[in-house]
Ligand binder design. Sequence first.
Ligand code: GSH
Length: 91
Amino acid sequence: MAIKLFELVEGNACRPSPYCWRSRMALAHKGLETEFIPVGFTEKDTLAFSGQSLVPVLVDGETAITDSWHIACYLDEAYPDRPSLFGGDIG
Ligand SMILES: N[C@@H](CCC(=O)N[C@@H](CS)C(=O)NCC(=O)O)C(=O)O
């Protein structure tokens, strides 16, 4: 099952949230297949399962992670076989 990222989307394709871009870039760096779930400013109830109302929210199986920093830390810990976000020269 693909990882899901709930991210802020306005209109057809505008993604104005720098925090969501952090998570997008972290997922791209790790090379993880992801299903992106658009959430509009008036659709915060979509995020109720996460216990808060901010994006990004990452869902990996039964695990839901909020906050772009926590998401990056989670991805590096959960997928150590993928390129590191914090280790090595690039990290
Ligand atoms: N510290 C959080 C900040 C998340 C955040 O502020 N997200 C904004 C989008 S840029 C948001 O969901 N705002 C909706 C609101 O304030 O209702 C992170 O790094 O993910």
